[in-house]
Design a protein around this ligand. Structure first.
Ligand code: DAH
Length: 339
């Protein structure tokens, strides 16, 4: 067969294939078959080189012309096809059910922390944060925790170096806030805290606290009780009862631990409340005058209250979670329950 008729044959086949092409994949196949490195036309172009000199020139010209023609036709066809396909895509059936993608949610601890924050913000508190790596002064001394206090023992605190540690409570932020601002002060201070506790169902070496502080002229224990009672009812429900038990904290005087009536049994006594009907949820008290002195506040002029609560503990009670480790494993089957 002469070169001319071979070229003619390729053109016909090419056009037939193009007419049948229905997808971009078909177009790609055509390109490979006719114009690719191992394609029919390239084969001919190679064969041209073996022709006698007098024929070579004309045959090469014809083959190249065909190559340009096919390339152009393929280009026009492809862009037409693409437009057609995108037109099809626009003609969407909006009544189709659609494909839903899975959406992330806030971690349950973040959700509970935000709930706690919102309640105090609604009572006029603002939010402050402080450092997690702290000096002994802010974590202990300024809070009237003396050198020989058991909680300063290396076993109770992660030390970073001789003088610095991972804060063991959020009470350190009270000191930073009071150093920076004169009364009145009304803040809550959420954040992470660290203690070298052995991990079990109710202990973790890292957990979260929300600290509270209110200082002004004439702040009384009644104000503390009022604020905490609004908080307990807002987060655990209107029917919850609250009681204060005398306790000791170096940074408050007097100090109390705050219990709520058991949210599982309503106070009758069950496994969760160890049968006594009450659950301890936070520590609180009137700011010790020694703390005021360490930040330069005049204890004769100002009084204040402070409190601190564990976020994990509150989340566990709210959702009936029995193992604190579930919060940190981040198993999606657990997390998905807190949409
Ligand atoms: N810092 C205490 C703790 O980690 C909690 C606490 C108790 C904070 C009484 C206070 C407070 O501000 O007044 O156990």
């Amino acid at each position: 067969m002469g070169i001319q008729s071979e070229l003619e044959k390729i053109r016909n086949e090419f056009e037939g294939a193009l007419m049948r092409a229905g997808s971009l994949k078909d177009i790609e196949d055509i390109k490979v078959k006719y114009l690719g490195r191992k394609g029919d036309l390239t084969g001919i172009l190679k064969a041209v080189a073996t022709l006698p000199k007098e024929e070579r020139r004309e045959a090469g010209k014809q083959a190249n012309l065909l190559k340009n023609e096919l390339t152009e036709k393929l280009g026009t066809f492809t862009s037409g096809k693409k437009t057609e396909m995108s037109d099809k895509r626009e003609a969407l059936d909006v009544t189709m059910p659609g494909i839903s993608s899975s959406r992330g949610t806030l971690h349950p601890l973040t959700q509970v922390m935000e709930k706690i924050n919102d309640i105090f913000v609604s009572l006029g508190f603002s939010i402050a944060e402080g450092p997690e790596i702290e000096s002994e002064f802010y974590n202990f001394e300024a809070l009237n925790i003396p050198l020989d206090h058991p909680s300063r023992d290396a076993f109770d605190t992660f030390y970073v170096d001789e003088k610095h540690l991972l804060r063991s409570h959020t009470s350190n932020v009270q000191i930073h806030v009071m150093e920076k601002k004169d009364p009145p002060v009304q803040v809550i201070m959420p954040g992470r805290v660290y203690r070298p506790d052995a991990v079990d169902a109710s202990h973790s070496f890292m957990f979260h606290q929300v600290e509270g502080l209110m200082v002004d002229k004439d702040v009384t224990f009644a104000d503390l009780k009022g604020v905490l009672s609004v908080f307990c009812k807002s987060i655990f429900g209107e029917n919850i009862k609250m009681r204060l038990r005398p306790h000791f904290f170096p940074f408050t005087e007097p100090s109390a631990e705050v219990d709520i009536s058991c949210i599982i049994c309503g106070g009758k006594g069950c496994r969760v409340c160890s049968g006594n009907g009450w659950l301890e949820i936070l520590g609180a008290g009137m700011v010790n005058p020694k703390v005021f002195k360490s930040v330069g506040y005049d204890p004769d002029k100002y009084t204040g209250f402070a409190f601190g609560m564990g976020v994990e503990r509150i989340a566990m009670l709210l959702y009936g979670i029995e193992d604190i480790r579930l919060f940190y494993e981040n198993d999606v089957r657990f997390l998905k329950q807190f949409d």
